[in-house]
Design a protein around this ligand. Sequence first.
Ligand SMILES: Cc1cc2nc3c(=O)[nH]c(=O)nc-3n(C[C@H](O)[C@H](O)[C@H](O)COP(=O)(O)O)c2cc1C
Length: 202
Amino acid sequence: MTKQFHDVVLSDEALAQLFNEARSYNGWLDRPISDQQLEAIWDLAKMAPTSANMQPVRIVWVKSPERKEKLAECVMEGNKAKVLAAPVTAVIGYDIDFHEELPWLFPHTDAKSWFEGDEVGRQEGAFRNSTLQGAYLMLAARALGLDCGPMSGFDPDAVTAAFLADEPRHRVNFICSIGYGDPDSVFERSPRPDFDRFNRIV
Ligand SMILES: Cc1cc2nc3c(=O)[nH]c(=O)nc-3n(C[C@H](O)[C@H](O)[C@H](O)COP(=O)(O)O)c2cc1C
């Protein structure tokens, strides 16, 4: 029996934690994150939808001081201190050959054959769905009482060479620090558009 949640709205407190009061952090409290917390983030994020359950995201969690130093070398000047201070930064990549896993991830049909010989389609699908998975990951982290600092200011070739070299079919999408955010490190909240500004109901 599929459990349903029709008409169940999360509390204002939960909505604040996930959306209305959650911020992007630029600095971090000196409080570690356990490997179990990273697994808990994954165990929530993986449940959210991707096309044909393709699950193309591949994540390298950068936690050791040596690897943080390496990652800091690959990011824009303004992001270096953030990466060094964060307890962990996730390199959110994707596998261009995700279709090899489809026989077990989407077992009720031969979805692997849809993507064979179509690298352009695989790139598009992997990028779209790994971006979604990166967003799910941020919301999962917030749901577990953690904070995020997403970043696209880095050299993708340098990150790929440093963190994905042993997986030649993996590419980087964005990176995201996770930890307990320092409240003094957030910028003033930028404006958000009202519904009418960027939406149309047709
Ligand atoms: C994909 C992505 C890339 C980002 N890249 C950077 C970055 O390189 N450096 C940075 O300081 N902030 C970066 N940000 C943070 C955004 O500026 C921030 O999330 C946005 O202004 C909203 O801030 P708020 O969540 O505190 O309201 C990035 C955010 C996202 C989602």
